[in-house]
Design a protein around this ligand. Structure first.
Ligand code: C2G
Length: 124
């Protein structure tokens, strides 16, 4: 069966993340999540409320997540897809077209994003 990979920050895990991960796992039999490190979040310009270790602990509790690796940079996806023998790269359609370049090494699927829920950190 297919090996799937997806990437993200997954801060304050919510229904949008859960649906994405569940749908990704349904496409195959093994799901790897590339979890953005705190340093990579800085590069992404994304602040997360939870530290990497906390976000890792939360994701690890999900039955449909089989493995978690660090996402340290934008450029690691091709290496990961080859290293982990990935058949399908999955991500939300807010990234539509952005990862089409991976189509020469695996299937690329954009899953509809769950609307009206996101993590917004208010600067106090
Ligand atoms: N997502 C979703 N619905 C939401 C929010 C997020 O489907 N309401 C999906 C996103 O499309 C993404 C995944 O959940 O596929 C994780 O979302 P984020 O943690 O916001 O990740 P992001 O910042 O998009 O990082 O290299 C890829 C990046 O690391 C993706």
């Amino acid at each position: 069966m297919k090996r799937i990979i997806t990437y993200g920050t997954f801060d304050l895990l919510h229904i949008g993340h859960i649906r994405l991960l569940k749908r990704a796992k349904e496409l195959g039999s093994y799901l790897i999540v590339g979890l953005s490190t705190d340093d990579f979040n800085k590069i992404k310009g994304k602040q997360s409320y939870m530290l990497y270790e906390e976000r890792f602990e939360v994701l690890s509790s999900l039955k449909f997540v089989d493995e978690i690796i660090q996402e340290n940079c934008w450029e690691q996806k091709e290496f990961d897809i080859k290293k982990y023998d990935i058949d399908c790269f999955v991500i939300g359609d807010d990234w539509k077209d952005k990862f089409d370049y991976l189509q020469n090494i695996c299937e690329v699927i954009y899953i509809p994003r769950t609307v009206n829920i996101s993590v917004v950190i208010q600067k106090v």
